[in-house]
Design a protein around this ligand. Sequence first.
Ligand SMILES: [Zn+2]
Ligand SMILES: [Zn+2]
Length: 108
Amino acid sequence: MSSIKCPSCGQNISKHANVCIWCKCPLTPTVMNAAEESENRRKIEAHKEKWEKKEEMRLAQIRAIESRQIHCPYCGSVNVRKTTFWSDFGLWQSVGKQWVCKDCGSYF
Ligand SMILES: [Zn+2]
Ligand SMILES: [Zn+2]
């Protein structure tokens, strides 16, 4: 009967044993494990790469949206609103400048 040494306790045990008969440590064929592990790692890497690309695209989209968003030219705040006023005529009127910054109060 072919035997191997237990990696945990060093006793001779059957090559086909799943568990060491001496110390009960689980034995898994190391060669298969290494192959499986590298395969798993490859999958993880591929998945990560895909995910990173997706994330990059998502961030680029967010940046594109943000750059389109109206922001204050004075303080850079995006906390802005349309300048409309309730006039004496009972109408909503713009004051000429389109936006007002709620942070610094500038019209632009
Ligand atoms: Zn053992
Ligand atoms: Zn501002």
